[in-house]
Design a protein around this ligand. Structure first.
Ligand code: ADP
Ligand code: ZN
Length: 213
């Protein structure tokens, strides 16, 4: 399976990517996590990316296309992959087409996560993230066992700079303008499979198995 997960910020792309990866034993390629990793390591492109991410803007296509191309050159993607958070613009979708064409690979599914703006803002403003292992929590629906501390690695949890309400609104606008048009492109290719962003986490595994299995 060669899957793209498309959806607004905070709609549960990452959660779905993780579960699908477990069910079908596929690598997940998460551009947001790769960019945050580059920021932590203070690489040149990481520092450039940070200025965009903190404002809720997309990182320039050249940077993101470069890291995805590099990642897609590794042998583990041959059996399949899940792209989480990429492509996010027409330019990126074109770049991905090129990468796949060169490898003789075809996409099999574009999983489209559907969720209202109100629910997105509610989720993201109460989201807390582990800056070390990337685990995600929610103050109400998935609190950490110990307040403010990551269950998995013990690091102090943070509210991401781009999960502040005014930045969330901007990210939503960027999504609607720049990313959402890709749905039509993949619809024409017959690849779209819709998943309701409100499916409760306990039921997600069965839901995704049924959708994709
Ligand atoms: P979310 O899906 O909740 O928006 P991500 O971690 O996927 O969170 O993305 C956070 C930020 O990382 C985005 O707002 C953007 O600045 C940057 N980013 C991630 N993926 C891409 C991409 N494919 N193209 C450009 N910027 C990206
Ligand atoms: Zn952690």
């Amino acid at each position: 399976m060669k899957i793209i997960i498309l959806g607004p910020p905070g709609s549960g792309k990452g959660t779905r990517a993780h579960i699908i990866s477990e069910i079908f034993d596929l690598p997940v390629i998460t551009t947001g996590d790769m960019l945050r990793g580059a920021i932590r390591e203070k690489t040149e492109y990481g520092l450039e990316a940070k200025t965009y991410m903190d404002l809720g803007d997309l990182v320039p296509d050249d940077i993101v296309n470069g890291i995805v191309k590099e990642r897609m050159s590794r042998p583990d993607v041959v059996k399949g992959f899940i792209l989480d958070g990429y492509p996010r613009s027409v330019n990126q979708a074109d770049a991905l087409d090129e990468i796949l064409k060169a490898k003789g690979i075809k996409l099999t599914h574009v999983l489209s996560v559907v969720l209202s703006d109100e629910e997105i803002i509610e989720r993201l403003s109460k989201r807390r993230s582990c800056p070390v292992c990337n685990e995600i929590y929610h103050l109400v629906s998935k609190p950490p066992k110990k307040k403010g501390v990551c269950d998995k690695c013990g690091a102090k949890l943070i509210l991401r700079e781009d999960d502040k309400e005014d930045v969330i609104r901007h990210r939503l606008q960027v999504y609607r303008e720049t990313t959402q048009p890709l749905l039509e492109r993949y619809e024409k290719q017959g690849l779209i499979v819709e998943t309701d962003g409100e499916v409760p986490i306990e039921g997600l595994r069965d839901h995704l198995k049924e959708l994709l299995g």
